[in-house]
Design a protein around this ligand. Structure first.
Ligand code: ZN
Length: 315
């Protein structure tokens, strides 16, 4: 056994990581990235071995102009057959537009904020109004035999309301599951989680949501993203989302970082002996390409340091 194996009881741990940079990341970039550049970056991610990439969103182009070329991007990319392409849909109109190009993706994400104020400011509707629509939209997604994923933003705290009760968040998750969601992602939208709470949260979530894939989506706003991911892993979570180059992810307050960086998360897992199925070198290649496209330094650690290279006798 090598030094960096973490194979307790001979059991190899495996996790799944969805790359969300092309949506969650690009959406929050101040610059608009040219469509061919987006396509090139997503193709580079495809070569890293992701089985799931969030590619586009069907929000109104006047609201998020950065993602107005979603259909073009979906049509232009060339990712491996077994890479599921996810799209984010904000409302029924968005779902209509998405289903018009039904053949271009396999997974649909619907979202709500656990906090009333955040939901209102984000999509100008109450949580109750949003959840009423989720029922109808979920039925259509299931009928189309698409994978129905739900995302609950501000699951670990709200910048306006502060603490958000675990019971409220998991109640919303159960509502999503009841209308057909098979995966529920819990987003730490502005980086308010801590490892102790994250562990408690994911232990409880996994208990309360049997048969549902429970996904951790942490932000590194206050530098605790990886610690939270580790805590979630230890609590039994095996599904994560992250963004290459630490791109985007709701940088509130302005200037702070957002999503945890995929390459840092993968590096940590690999060093722990946790399998991701990903080629870390290729993730870093994609992140460096993004850096070149954006023309500024990105903030992930692995982009600077590269992967851990053990001397031959310590491999
Ligand atoms: Zn995010």
């Amino acid at each position: 056994m090598s030094l960096n194996d973490n194979t307790t009881d001979g059991e190899v741990r495996r996790v799944r990581i969805r790359e969300v940079g092309p949506r969650d990341g690009f959406q929050n970039e101040p610059e608009t990235i040219a469509t061919p550049d987006k396509i090139r970056l997503i193709n580079a991610l495809g070569r890293a071995g992701f089985d799931r990439i969030e590619v586009a969103s069907f929000v109104r182009p006047d609201v998020i102009p950065q993602l107005s070329d979603g259909v073009e991007v979906l049509r232009g990319i060339d990712v491996p057959e077994d890479t599921a392409r996810m799209v984010l849909v904000p409302n029924s109109r968005g779902l209509d537009n998405a289903l018009a190009v039904r053949e271009l993706f396999e997974e649909v994400a619907l979202f709500v904020s656990a906090s009333q104020t955040h939901n209102q400011r984000n999509i100008n509707r109450s949580v109750e109004e949003t959840m009423a629509d989720v029922k109808e939209m979920g039925g259509r997604i299931v009928a189309e035999e698409l994978t129905f994923c739900a995302v609950i933003a501000t699951s670990f705290g709200c910048p306006y309301e502060g603490k958000v009760s675990m019971d409220r968040v998991l109640g919303l998750a159960e509502d999503f599951a009841a209308v057909g969601a098979t995966e529920i992602g819990f987003g730490d939208t502005t980086g308010m989680a801590n490892p102790a709470y994250a562990a408690r949260f994911f232990r409880t979530a996994l208990e309360r949501l049997p048969g549902v894939e429970v996904t951790a989506h942490f932000h590194n706003t206050r530098g605790q993203g990886l610690a939270n991911a580790y805590a979630a892993l230890e609590a039994g979570c095996t599904s994560f989302e992250s963004s290459f180059g630490e791109l985007g992810g709701c940088p509130v307050p302005a200037g702070s970082t957002g999503n945890i960086a995929t390459e840092d998360l993968v590096s940590m897992f690999h060093e722990m002996g946790v399998r991701t199925g990903l080629d870390l070198d290729q993730v870093i290649v994609a992140a460096r390409q993004a850096q070149a496209v954006l023309g500024r330094k990105l903030t992930s650690h692995s982009i600077v340091a590269g992967p851990v290279l053990w001397p031959p006798d310590r491999r």
